[in-house]
Design a protein around this ligand. Structure first.
Ligand code: PEP
Ligand code: MG
Length: 582
């Protein structure tokens, strides 16, 4: 697609997928707020009371709809809004101000709640800014109800909604009329609306700045939620390209769905176990639907994002238990908090080199209380014997030994406290630091399994920051140093009799999978949505040809040679599967 075309608007792809439909410009009516005085205080208080009740009723309706469509966890956004309306301090402040200032309730509500949103908007934290939209939503709802207006949407079915911002409640309500996609001026990947769109599987492009001005009602739009692009009144060529892409995607989906129950087995009978990576608990459904063998990586640090603090042992236990039970009898590997680097930190440390700093296992060993609460929670959730524990960022054998001591301590405690748990729960490590790769034989002998984290391993082997765009061309998964290191890790782990898998993004790259299988990996853990395609690729090849492909690649001296070889192999063998999609 020509990106220089004038009708292409570029934003952030917040929910993947493609939609072609007419634009519906959704402008929230801005309620006029006047500063009128009142004479009848009782009437004003009564009006406030009725409006608060009405708002709660609306939110309860949205909440139950959201529970159906999104599940309890996501729907909690609306429960939280109801709680704000029930907050006695807020309600009494509003009542007192009406009595003392003798102004109309709309004015008081707007003024009082705007204090919070203004403060939140001043924050440098994108999260806070996003949350201010939720509070704004509550304010507008009360004001509208004070004016006794109904929530009305003249929205018709099958349109792409174009708006300045969209609130989570709008997103849920719109989903009832089969909205095809969202285009918004503001918002980022972490906005609740984006999260809700992803959960509902509705393509969305956000952060387009002035889309709601540039797009007119009824314009034909193509939205590409993969790339974050919106085509306004596309020409024939663009339309044709995307219509073809939609039918390819549909065809691919139906075809891949057929593989759900089939094993990821090569033509000559070598079976690869395909596990899924899990970040959010809502992904479990997709994980089971896509036929994963289990979960190869739970990124528990995500819980911090969801709870906005470290969840305590009890909260963690509930989450881990839910995952263990939903995936049972398959296995779930829970990685202990990998905090630091580019991920959340409980305090703002301002480290000069966070990737080389207080990260992963280092932070855990320095914070025994935090570490133990997590180990205890995992152990307590392990009673069905389908959980394993994985340690992040291991660089030395002493870190493994210390961690194992702490795990044993937790077991002793739980035994005394009469908790049931799996006494033989497997313990493994991430191999994502060069020292662990070099010493893999010794490390592997200490643990039950190892999992290669290529996202970090590549950045540390090549000294290329994984998140820095300036050097992104140097971040090469097919660099000979990377390929030979992988070979070393895989073969030495096997020599030690230890299970070896990979959970970094390389495992989900269709071009890399043939090489990884050829290098001897027996299991891969990838995002749930990648499973069907990877399975399809594996089922079309023989292990024998992949072994010789790997041997060939191990002899190359440059990234270019390996890259070219892999692309040529792909074009010869697999081109029908991913034609035009990548
Ligand atoms: C990795 O480093 O490859 C990995 C899976 O861990 P994360 O991306 O969470 O750092
Ligand atoms: Mg990592």
């Amino acid at each position: 697609m020509k990106s220089e075309s004038e009708n292409i608007l570029k934003g952030i792809g917040a929910a993947p997928g493609i939609a072609i439909s007419q634009a519906f410009i959704y402008k929230k009516e801005k309620e006029e707020i006047t500063n009128e005085s009142i004479t009848d205080i009782d009437e004003a208080l009564e009006n406030l009371d009725v409006a608060l009740e009405k708002s709660k009723k609306e939110l309860r309706k949205i909440f139950s709809l959201a529970v159906d469509k999104l599940g309890e966890k996501r729907a909690a956004i609306f429960d939280a809004q109801i709680m704000i309306l029930d907050d006695p301090i807020l309600v009494s402040t509003l009542q007192n101000r009406i009595k003392n200032e003798m102004r109309i309730p709309e004015y008081i509500v707007n003024d009082e709640i705007s204090k919070y949103t203004d403060l939140m908007n001043l924050s440098h934290e994108p999260y806070m800014k996003e949350r201010s939209h939720d509070i704004e939503d509550i304010k507008n709802r009360i004001v509208r109800n004070l004016k006794k207006k109904k929530w009305k949407s003249k929205i018709t079915s099958d349109v792409v909604v174009v708006t300045s911002t969209v609130s989570p409640s709008d997103t849920v309500l719109f989903s009832r009329v089969n909205v095809k996609g969202y285009v918004t001026d503001f918002g980022g990947l972490t906005s609740h609306a984006a999260i809700v769109a992803r959960s509902l599987n509705i393509p969305a492009v956000v952060g387009l700045h002035d889309a709601s001005n540039r797009i007119k009602e009824g314009d034909l739009l193509i939205i590409d939620g993969f790339k974050g692009e919106v085509f306004v009144n596309p020409d024939e060529k663009q339309l044709h390209y995307y219509q073809k892409k939609i039918s390819q995607l549909q065809k691919q989906d139906t075809e891949l769905n057929k593989l759900r129950e089939l094993p990821a087995k090569t033509l000559d009978g070598k079976e690869i176990q395909l596990f899924a990576n899990l970040e959010l608990i809502d992904e479990i459904e997709l994980i089971t639907r896509n036929g994963a063998k289990g979960i190869g990586l739970v990124r528990t640090e995500q819980l911090f994002e969801e709870y906005e603090a470290f969840p305590d042992e009890e909260e963690q236990y509930k989450v881990y238990k839910t995952i263990a039970e939903r995936i049972y009898p398959e296995t779930v590997i829970i990685r202990t908090f990998d905090i630091g680097g580019d991920k959340v930190l409980p305090v703002d440390l301002k480290e000069p080199n966070p990737f080389l700093g207080w990260r992963g296992i280092r932070l855990l060993l320095d914070s025994p209380q935090l570490f133990k609460s997590q180990i205890r929670a995992i152990l307590r959730a392990s009673s069905h014997k389908n959980l394993k524990l994985m340690l992040p960022m291991i660089t030395s054998i002493s870190e493994i030994k210390k961690s194992k001591e702490i795990i044993n301590e937790c077991k002793e405690e739980l035994k005394k406290e009469d908790f049931a748990f799996d006494k033989h729960m497997g313990v493994g490590i991430m191999v994502e630091v060069p020292s662990a790769a070099v010493l893999i034989r010794d490390f592997a002998e200490e643990v039950d399994f190892v999992s290669i984290g290529t996202n970090d391993l590549i950045q540390y082997i090549l000294a290329v920051d994984r998140g820095n765009e300036i050097v992104s061309s140097l971040y090469q998964e097919f660099h000979p140093a990377v390929v030979r290191t992988l070979h070393h890790i895989i073969s030495e782990s096997k020599n030690a009799g230890t299970m070896v898998s990979m959970c970094g993004e390389m495992a989900a790259d269709p071009f890399a999978v043939p090489l990884l299988v050829g290098l001897g990996l027996d299991s891969l853990s990838v995002s749930a949505s990648a499973i069907p395609l990877i399975k399809k690729i594996i089922r079309n090849l023989t292990y024998k040809e992949l072994q010789s492909l790997a041997t060939e690649c191990l002899a190359f001296k440059t990234e270019k040679e390996i890259n070219n070889r892999m692309r040529r192999f792909f074009n010869e063998k697999e081109k029908d599967h991913i034609k035009n999609l990548y």
